[in-house]
Ligand binder design. Structure first.
Ligand SMILES: [Zn+2]
Length: 875
């Protein structure tokens, strides 16, 4: 088993004899030629004598170096771009103790989110074209900004100074300490009138990992508030700060909650939430200066949907949890990335659910912004991938920068979150929180491994948490528990590994914190440590439900008798248990352990309801099948069957919001309109067209919740004239959310001629780079023409890859094959990868090859089983 954190034994490339304790960095950007000039002095602690200093640097040119004031000859400076290392050879041995390193260097300003990058955007109101700067360093790109010991265990203080135009706002992790006017204007972008420059000096950070540094600057505005001693700001490009009002209020609420939960108050004097209009699509937990892609932070009450609001809250809660889990206490190495991400995902969901119970957070559909990643309930998305041969343990070996960047996947985030939820419900909420408080108190301003977390939770709970957890974090996959009623009245439970499209998987065993109840009775728990277990005193004529509320990360397979009893008891089950039964049933079908009818019989027997999570589970499955059947003769009949399942709910809800309707009705209405549109429902198509016409004349006529679905349906069946109209609207708007809706609608067009027109937009500067590349993925997914999308990407790959950030580089080309269900495409991808892709892409290629093979096999199975199902069950 893994050991607690020990600096000397932490993996990494850098030797551990020398550790930096304090950096002072000065950066002068030049936007005329997208370069910057930098200098830094670094206080070093030499722990044992060395002849060399080895640190990280990438695409930096070192112009001068000195140690303790003595200049090194340029010949003593070696840069190794392949290993991203910088080696300084010293003329004499450097003795144990404190020393000072000074460096001068120049670097590049990129157009995508790697290191220091620039963004072009249209200013709100004036529409003027502007440029601004931002940084993105996780996992390993701080080394593009300044030479540094760029591994998370090398904590240090960082003090940044930058020179920017006088009318810009500069933001970093800490507050501004001083400013002074400088005569030299650093640069003069043509459209921005710059009168002079200023040098901005930020206060020094507490000891932290290098990847948590941040620098953002531009013509920015902010709104602010305060929680106790902490200043909170939402910062955005000029004219947009007020759209941060919702995020500002949510931030204050979340900060108070975390100050209490973690037992250590937020340690920095300020917390900035920074909206940036491009460069990357997500959010990044830089300590004290969190960056968000604009639409993940800004909310316009006039045009933003309820779903956007919920996404903003969840992202805020996730990123703010990192201020403790990730920033105050940091994983020692990238093999423990899940400690940051699994924890922040779980904590963020817990906090969001606490303040917003109406959102059904644990069941809510998780919509990844990257359309090639799975959507669905977060837990389900992770379990789908984790059942395949291409999965990996939550804790995995990471040796290279590329491996560190590919560690950011569903297993790390969502399986991590799902396991923690199961563990919390097993240990109890209060015991679990006490364990977390011990952990934070013991390791603040330091690093940890997973073992440190288990030790703290074991101390708090008096249970061997490490032993329970090992099976879930150190081995891949998860179990299915089969339930069998025996003649002797006992219920036999057996666990085995659950797999999909994975023959001869190595068998594994888990310690499963099981929960169960006879429906309507008191819940019970059982830690299942062996392959078999038995439950006694379960009445033979009563329904038994395992995995209560679906909180556990395992599947359950019931024998026929138990299943029939459960179907009869459906009206007595809560929505979480119903969704859990549906998810398990569908997974058993995918795995080939049950016929397709198992799932659809369950759906047909559900009592009528407008529960969002339940209906969305069905919509997800129908969408998936509808997508698989493109080109099949069965498709039309399946669509009619699917409409018969969804229409009654839409008839209940209607097009227009009603007073006093349930809080999730708006989102469900939107989901249904999209789904019915994809299923070719003529009434919905006519309704969307009619509303689009009204919307063109009068924007407020279409409620914000309905904009995305109505536009998507109109886009799907668009002719050239409609396509042009949507495009024109997309070009004109400065609202990121509206813009996204218009371009998403273009991506839905199914006419091959229009598909090509949409794809061509990816090469222009109409969209921020991080959005432009995903336009191709969206077309592959939504147009029904993944072949045209791939043809286009193949021809234009070089230009497209120039817009992809570090995390996406290994994934982009393979991801475009995700939507094929023809086995020959798997070979095409393998051949393409062999000729064109770096070895670091191998895992992504294997995942997509597996997905194509699974889809091809599953499609055949559906085509053979659906007719019987539709005839007997269809109305
Ligand atoms: Zn995160």
């Amino acid at each position: 088993m893994e050991k607690p954190f020990n600096f000397n034994e932490t993996p990494g490339k850098l030797p551990k004899e020398v550790v930096p304790t304090e950096y002072a960095i000065r950066i002068v950007p030049n936007l005329d030629n997208f370069t910057f000039a930098g200098s830094e002095s670094v206080k070093l602690n030499v722990r044992s004598p060395v002849h060399q200093l080895v640190l990280n640097g990438l695409e930096l040119k070192i112009e001068a170096a000195s140690v303790d004031g003595k200049e090194l000859p340029l010949s003593a400076i070696k840069t190794d771009n392949e290993n991203e290392l910088l080696t300084l050879t010293l003329s004499s041995e450097l003795a144990v103790g404190d020393h000072a390193l000074a460096l001068r260097f120049t670097g590049k300003i990129n157009q995508q989110g790697q290191g220091l990058f620039y963004m072009r955007y249209q200013e709100q109101g004036s529409g003027a074209r502007k440029v601004m700067l931002g940084t993105q360093f996780e996992a390993t790109d701080a080394r593009r900004f300044f030479p540094c010991w760029d591994e998370p265990a090398f904590r240090s203080r960082f003090q940044l100074t930058v020179v920017v135009p006088e009318n810009w706002l500069a933001v970093s992790n800490m507050p501004i300490e001083s400013e002074r006017v400088v005569r030299r204007v650093p640069f003069a972008p043509p459209s921005q009138k710059i009168t002079g420059g200023k040098e901005v000096r930020f206060a020094s950070t507490p000891p932290m990992s290098s990847y948590l540094n941040v620098f953002v600057a531009g013509e920015l505005d902010f709104i602010e508030s305060r929680v106790g001693p902490t200043q909170i700001r939402v910062i955005a490009t000029k004219g947009k700060a007020e759209l941060g009002r919702y995020a500002l209020e949510a931030s204050a609420e979340i900060l108070k909650y975390y100050n209490d939960y973690f037992g250590v108050p937020y340690p920095l004097p300020k917390l900035d939430q920074i909206a940036i209009p491009g460069g990357f699509g997500g959010a990044m937990e830089n300590w004290g200066g969190i960056t968000y892609y604009e639409s993940r932070l800004l909310f316009d009450p006039k045009s933003s949907s309820g779903e956007t609001k919920q996404n903003i809250y969840e992202v805020l809660a996730h990123e703010m949890a990192h201020m403790w889990f990730g920033d105050l206490v940091t994983m020692a190495w990238w093999d423990n990335l899940w400690l940051n991400e699994g924890f922040a995902s779980w904590m963020g969901s817990k906090c969001t659910a606490h303040f917003n119970p109406q959102w059904e957070v644990w069941l809510a559909r998780d919509l990844p912004r990257d359309p090639t990643r799975r959507s669905g309930i977060a837990k389900e998305a992770a379990m789908e991938g984790d059942a395949r041969s291409t999965t990996h343990p939550i804790q995995q070996r990471v040796a290279t920068e590329a491996e560190a960047n590919s560690a950011f996947d569903d297993i790390t985030y969502k399986k991590g979150q799902s396991f923690l939820r199961m563990l919390e419900s097993f240990l109890g909420e209060d015991v679990f929180r006490d364990g977390i408080r011990r952990y934070i108190a013991a390791h603040k301003y330091s690093n940890t491994t997973t073992a440190d977390l288990w030790n703290a939770l074991s101390d708090a709970s008096n249970k061997s948490v490490g032993e329970i957890a090992a099976g879930w974090t150190e081995q891949p996959g998860f179990p299915v528990v089969t339930v069998k009623r025996e003649a002797d009245g006992k219920v036999r439970l057996t666990q085995e590994r659950f797999t999909v499209n994975f023959k001869n998987a190595p068998p594994l065993l888990w310690q499963i914190p099981l929960t169960y109840s006879v429906v309507g009775e008191t819940p019970a728990t059982l830690l299942m440590t062996d392959k078999m277990a038995a439950l006694e005193n379960i009445p033979a004529d009563r329904a038994l439900k395992l995995n209560l509320n679906g909180a556990g990360n395992y599947r359950v397979e019931y024998d026929d008798r138990s299943w029939e009893l459960l179907l009869k008891a459906l009206p007595k089950l809560g929505v979480e248990d119903r969704v859990n039964l549906m998810s398990d049933a569908w997974a058993l079908v995918q795995a080939g352990r049950a016929p397709v009818s198992l799932y659809f019989r369950l759906v047909e027997m559900l009592p009528a309801s407008t529960d969002l999570a339940e209906r969305e589970q069905i919509i997800n499955v129908l969408d998936f099948v509808n997508g698989l059947l493109v080109g099949s003769t069965e498709r039309e009949r399946f669509q009619r069957y699917a409409l018969s399942l969804l229409r009654p709910t839409f008839a209940t809800l209607g097009w227009e919001p009603k007073p006093n309707e349930p809080p999730n009705a708006g989102r469900l209405r939107a989901s249904l309109i999209s789904a019915l549109g994809r299923l070719n429902d003529p009434e919905v198509l006519a309704g969307c067209r009619e509303r689009f016409e009204k919307y063109l004349a009068h924007r407020a006529s279409l409620s914000p919740d309905l904009r995305a679905p109505v536009l998507a349906v109109v886009g799907r069946y668009a002719d050239e004239k409609t396509w042009n109209k949507l495009h024109e609207l997309g070009l004109k708007t400065t609202s990121i959310e509206d813009k996204q809706n218009y371009y998403d609608a273009l991506a839905c067009a199914t006419d091959p001629k229009l598909v090509k027109k949409t794809l061509a937009i990816a090469l222009t500067e109409e969209l921020p780079t991080s959005r432009a590349i995903f336009l191709v993925s969206r077309v592959a997914r939504d147009s029904g023409h993944p072949d045209i999308a791939w043809e286009f990407a193949n021809v234009n790959m070089k230009a497209l890859l120039a817009k992809v950030d570090a995390a996406g580089a290994n994934r982009y080309a393979p991801s475009l094959f995700t939507f094929f269900s023809d086995g020959s495409r798997a070979n095409e991808l393998k051949n393409y990868a062999e000729k064109n892709l770096a070895p670091a892409s191998a895992h992504e290629v294997a995942k997509v090859v597996d997905e194509i093979q699974f889809r091809a096999e599953f499609r055949d199975r559906l085509v053979s089983q659906l007719p019987a199902l539709i005839h007997s069950g269809g109305k």
